[in-house]
Every structure is written in structure tokens, then in C-alpha cells.
Design a protein around this ligand. Structure first.
Ligand code: HAM
Length: 403
């Protein structure tokens, strides 16, 4: 067969998918714990929604969207991110907030593929809408931090900044633009080309970073309400004992952000794609897509990067592998008993030799092996160095204290 997945996309199967499933499961638990019900929006939306929501000058909109015309002549785009669609759905529903939604699904960006940068990738995210207060920002940041800690992302760092609002940002942007104009000669071509359209993004350029150490910082130009908001977000994070680092150069790649912006960094990953997640407040997004004022805050985490950061060790695919000396029909019944008791169990349905069955148990990383020796109820249970004979029905309780 000569077909391969399209460039920048992947087929994901075991063993890597074992880790994926674990991450997605834990996400459901944590989103639920913080009071975020599931929200599902279409994978494609009107192209306009992203142009107006994400921002016409952003790289995502100018270079990365998968846009097509459908048979009815409409311009549609595969969602490059989840926020614009969720805010649209919220406005469309007529709901009044505070309103929470959590999502999980594939997003699409035509990027140059590399490890952790894919053309189809999976985001987990939340949006909290119709909320103005800094406690909402802190709660959102906390959820991402607790979840990423629970799924063991190594070297996790929370980085935050404030991007101001429509009152204080324009003044800062023109100060920054003048500063960058004066540095034109030492900036890279890409940076020079965006000084006019989006000078904030120059701060994000890793090539130019060494010559921008004395750049003016947004946090020194915040208006009083933005400064107070930012101060309270930081205070709450301290109260929650969430370690964070401030970075005046954190600007984010999408245009809708106001005030709080943050990223979760996995310091072990390559710098170019070590953000396992990012988010912030977007008080003007709802209006920019034609709705009423609905301030909000949220984040999205990249599952591809979370899985990449956590390395090769995916853990066992099953709790028990059932090895049968008497054949697959007996094994099927015994496996069913253990499964109904809540254990993750697999067995060989093909009647292969006992040695081959043990090999499979090893390959799946089974924590315990249950050996069915005769037609009776007695089985041999092996876990680490321990070995016991018992009735099949007794196995779940016995393993329960050991797995
Ligand atoms: P973003 O920073 O563009 O924000 O993406 C969030 C995360 O998605 C990134 O930190 C990264 O982990 C993952 N990601 C992005 N692009 C790729 C890619 N090409 N391949 C693999 N992973 C990727 C947003 O999308 C905002 N909607 C977040 C948000 C929600 N802000 C407020 N609410």
C-alpha cells in the first residue's frame, strides 16, 4: 500500500495511545472537578469567525489555516484553535454567564512539521465566560497547573504577563514601536517586517531576544485597573502556592488577548515547542465576532506535547494478562469475570502456546499474570515475585491491594 498519513499528521496507536488515553481521562476528571462541563463545537466554522476572532494579521490566519469552499459556495475553515468557536457557541446559545465549558479535540494548522508541531494536533481547553474578576483568571491558571502536574509533565513552569487593555495598550505599543524602529538595523528580517503591523510579536522572536533586553515592558505601562487586576491574579497564585515566573516578553500568537496572558512550559522540551499550553483573558473577543460584551478567560493545552514531554514510559496496558493452559474458550470466561470486577484484562483468543502467551503479557507490561491450569476454578496468580493459588473469584480482591 502506498498511502501514508498526510504530512504533519500521525497515526497514534499503542503503546503511545495508552498514554494519550490516560491523559484524556485525567483531563475529564480535572475539568469536572473545577466545574467545567463538556462543550462540543464543530470542527469547521465560517472562515470569517477566525479572521475576526483570532486576528487578520496573525500567522495563524495569514499562513496556517486550512480553508476550503464547500459545495454551497461557503468559505469554511478547519478550526485552528477552540476559543473562537466556543465563544461563538456561547453567544449563539443566548446564555448569560458566568458560564464554563471544557473541550477536547483536534485542531488544524498548516505549520512546518517537527516534533511537537503538527498540522493536526489535539487540544484540551477551557473557556470561562462573562467573568471580569481576577479570581477567574487564577482559577483557570490553577486548573491547567493541577492537571499538568497530575499527568506528570516534567519540568513544568507557569509563565505569566499582563498585556493591558484598550486603554493602556495603544500607548505602550507606540512606545515599543519607536524603540523597535531605532533598533531596525539589528533586528532579523521577519521582525522588521512586523514592526508596523504587530510590534508585540517582535518581543517573541528568539533570534532578536539578545538585542531586546532593554525593551519597554507592558507591565510598566499598565493603567491602574489593569495593574490592580494583574496584582490580584499574582496574589491569588501565591495563595494557591502555584509557582510562577513573570516574563515581560510573553505576548502570545493570537490577537484577542487582554490583560492576563500565560503559558505552561515543559522545560525538558526543545525551546521552539516547549509550550505545553497557553491562554489568557480575552475581554474583547465576543464583540470582535459581532456579539455583545462577554469578557472571558481560558487556556488550551497541547496533548501531543504533553505526551512528548512525558517520555517513552507509558505504563502497563493491562492490569492482568490471563494465560490459559486449557484454551481460549475457558480464558474468555475467566477474563470476563475479572473484567466485570473492574480489572483491565487481556488474553489470547488464538490458542497459542503458553510461552507465547507469557511473552504477550510481558509486551503489554501486565502487572499480574493469572494462569488458568485446569477446568476448575483454581488459578495461579503471579505478581512481581509473589505467587499464589486461589479461586478465580478471589483474584480481584487479592490484586486490589497490590496493583
Ligand atoms: P495556542 O498557544 O495557539 O493557544 O495553543 C495552545 C497550545 O496548543 C500550545 O501551547 C501547544 O501546546 C498546542 N499547539 C499549538 N499549535 C500546535 C501544533 N501545531 N502542534 C502541536 N501542538 C500545538 C490557543 O490555541 C488558544 N485558543 C488558547 C486559549 C484558550 N486562550 C484562551 N482560551
Amino acid at each position: 500500500m502506498s498511502f501514508r498519513p498526510p504530512k504533519g499528521t500521525d497515526d497514534i496507536g499503542a503503546p503511545a495511545s495508552t498514554r494519550w488515553r490516560d491523559v484524556l481521562r485525567q483531563w475529564d476528571t480535572w475539568a469536572d472537578r473545577f466545574g467545567y462541563p463538556l462543550v462540543m463545537t464543530p470542527i469547521f466554522e465560517s472562515t470569517d469567525l477566525f479572521e475576526r476572532g483570532v486576528g487578520e494579521d496573525t500567522e495563524v490566519v495569514t499562513k496556517q489555516m486550512y480553508t476550503f469552499t464547500d459545495r454551497g459556495g461557503r468559505s469554511l475553515t478547519l478550526r485552528p484553535e477552540g476559543t473562537a468557536g466556543v465563544v461563538r457557541a456561547f453567544l449563539d446559545s443566548g446564555a448569560r454567564g458566568p458560564w464554563k465549558g471544557a473541550y477536547s479535540g483536534p485542531m488544524f494548522r498548516h505549520e512546518r512539521p517537527q516534533a511537537g508541531r503538527r498540522r493536526q494536533f489535539w487540544q484540551l481547553g477551557v473557556e470561562y465566560l462573562d467573568v471580569d474578576g481576577p479570581a477567574a483568571d487564577a482559577e483557570v491558571i490553577e486548573l491547567g497547573y493541577r492537571f499538568l502536574s497530575a499527568v506528570d509533565v516534567p519540568g513544568l513552569e507557569v509563565v505569566i504577563n499582563s498585556l493591558g487593555d484598550t486603554v493602556c495598550r495603544p500607548g505602550y505599543v507606540s512606545t515599543l514601536r519607536s524603540y523597535l524602529e531605532a533598533k531596525r538595523d539589528v533586528l532579523c528580517d521577519d521582525s522588521v517586517s512586523i514592526i508596523d503591523v504587530n510590534p508585540l510579536r517582535v518581543l517573541d522572536c528568539t533570534v532578536c531576544a539578545p538585542v531586546l533586553t532593554d525593551a519597554p515592558a507592558m507591565k510598566d505601562h499598565l493603567c491602574q485597573p489593569c495593574a490592580a487586576h494583574y496584582g490580584l491574579v499574582k496574589k491569588s497564585l501565591e495563595n494557591l502556592r502555584i509557582p510562577f515566573r513573570e516574563d515581560a516578553r510573553l505576548v502570545r500568537g493570537l490577537d484577542y488577548y487582554t490583560r492576563t496572558a500565560f503559558e505552561y512550559i515543559a522545560t525538558q522540551l526543545d525551546a521552539a515547542q516547549n509550550a505545553v499550553g497557553g491562554g489568557g483573558r480575552y475581554d474583547g473577543l465576543a464583540e470582535s465576532i459581532g456579539g455583545r460584551r462577554a469578557p472571558g478567560v481560558g487556556f488550551a493545552l497541547g496533548v501531543d506535547r504533553i505526551v512528548l514531554a512525558s517520555g517513552e514510559d507509558v505504563g502497563p496496558q493491562v492490569d492482568v494478562y490471563l494465560v490459559s493452559e486449557t484454551g481460549p474458550e475457558d480464558a474468555l470466561i475467566a477474563a470476563s469475570v475479572l473484567r466485570l470486577a473492574g480489572l483491565r484484562v487481556d488474553f489470547d483468543s488464538e490458542g497459542r502456546k503458553v510461552e507465547a502467551q507469557f511473552k504477550t503479557a510481558g509486551r503489554l507490561g501486565a502487572r499480574a499474570v493469572v494462569v488458568q491450569k485446569g477446568q476448575g476454578d483454581e488459578v495461579d496468580v503471579r505478581i512481581d515475585e509473589e505467587r499464589e493459588q486461589m479461586a478465580l473469584e478471589a483474584v480481584p480482591a487479592w490484586l486490589g491491594t497490590r496493583l
